[in-house]
Design a protein around this ligand. Structure first.
Ligand code: AMP
Ligand code: MN
Ligand code: MN
Ligand code: MN
Length: 311
């Protein structure tokens, strides 16, 4: 009897493996908990170190089942990555994503859109606008860095970003490469971080606008890495209340490096405010501390963001 049951089980597992994975996950969210899922990652189309196809290869090598690419204010990696998966017939489900920078009470809050339709005109218009803001901010950062005595940083950052989104990470890398700072983090701490000499207050869209645009594009709106905003408990709660009031769907409650109390706290926010949960590595480039899909497990009590997705 036991052998017979095992045989049935094996057949079921064979039936749902690889090609049917997409339907398996989305029709049965519980089973999705046993897949390797990473819903936050970057490519060289923004400030990631790997090209879209290199990122896909890494995800396959790490045996991920589902990967969302969520570049800063751009979707240009998605078609490249999608075509690469098709061409190579890879057993990886790609989720179309974006990470939108928003301004809230003087803080920069990142809203991730998942499972979006990249052809949506409202989304395309928002991206164009955010790209203009990025370009203007980059020019002003460059001017401020010139006043700090560093020349050509804007030009070098622009060349490094190429056709992709220009970010402060590019400036940090140039300052590091030119020997003006000992690490990229120091570039933020000394010059381009909030309140520092070359910081430029951005005019990003509001949280509400980002959520509305993600919904218009058929996606789920997720507050990225709530634990990383350096907010007091009071302000974090305010932010979550605002996000919920603006129609936000989920909090990214599972990140690679979290203390158990942080995990508990984030899960409780989801339960208290009836928000779904997402998880992602925020992978930018290989490092000692985190990698694609590593240390990501959805808590039992959470309602996974992918439970709503149809395909
Ligand atoms: P931006 O969206 O142009 O403001 O660029 C911010 C990006 O720089 C983030 O997405 C991170 O990848 C990177 N970064 C690294 N260290 C820091 C830091 N201390 N503060 C903000 N951003 C950082
Ligand atoms: Mn980044
Ligand atoms: Mn972010
Ligand atoms: Mn990110």
């Amino acid at each position: 009897m036991q052998a017979f049951l095992t045989l049935i089980e094996d057949n079921i597992m064979a039936a749902v493996s690889t090609t049917d994975l997409k339907n398996f996950i989305f029709n049965d969210p519980e089973s999705g908990k046993h897949c390797r899922i990473d819903l936050h990652s970057h490519t060289s189309c923004s400030d990631g170190g790997l090209t879209p196809s290199e990122l896909i290869d890494r995800a396959v090598n790490f045996q991920l089942d589902v990967l969302a690419i969520t570049d800063h204010d751009t979707v240009s990696a998605l078609a490249i990555a999608g075509n690469y998966i098709k061409e190579k017939k890879l057993a990886l489900k790609l989720i179309n994503g974006i990470e939108i920078s928003t301004a809230w009470q003087g803080f920069e809050i990142h809203i991730v859109g998942l499972n979006i339709n990249t052809d949506n005109q409202t989304l395309i218009t928002l991206i164009e606008n955010q790209q203009k803001l990025r370009e203007q901010r980059a020019i002003t950062i460059g001017e401020k860095l010139t006043k700090c005595g560093f020349t050509d940083v804007y030009e070098k950052a622009k060349t490094m970003a190429g056709a992709g989104s220009i970010t402060r990470a590019h400036f940090a890398k140039v300052l590091f490469q030119q020997g003006h700072v000992a690490t990229m983090q120091k570039a933020f701490d000394k010059y381009i971080g909030k309140g520092k000499r070359a910081y430029v207050k951005p005019n990003w869209c509001s949280i509400e606008e980002a959520v509305d645009v993600i919904h218009a594009a058929g996606g789920s709106a997720v507050m990225a890495h709530p634990i990383r905003y350096d907010l007091s408990a009071k302000w974090l709660r305010r932010l979550i209340v605002q996000f919920k009031a603006d129609g936000g769907d989920a909090l990214e409650i599972v990140l690679p490096q979290m203390a158990p109390q942080q995990r508990e706290l984030m899960l409780n926010y989801c339960l208290e405010y009836d928000l779904q949960a997402s998880m992602g590595s925020d992978f930018h480039y290989p490092s000692k501390w985190s990698d694609l899909g590593r240390n990501l497990t959805m808590p039992e009590k959470a309602q996974p963001v992918w439970a709503q997705w149809k395909s």
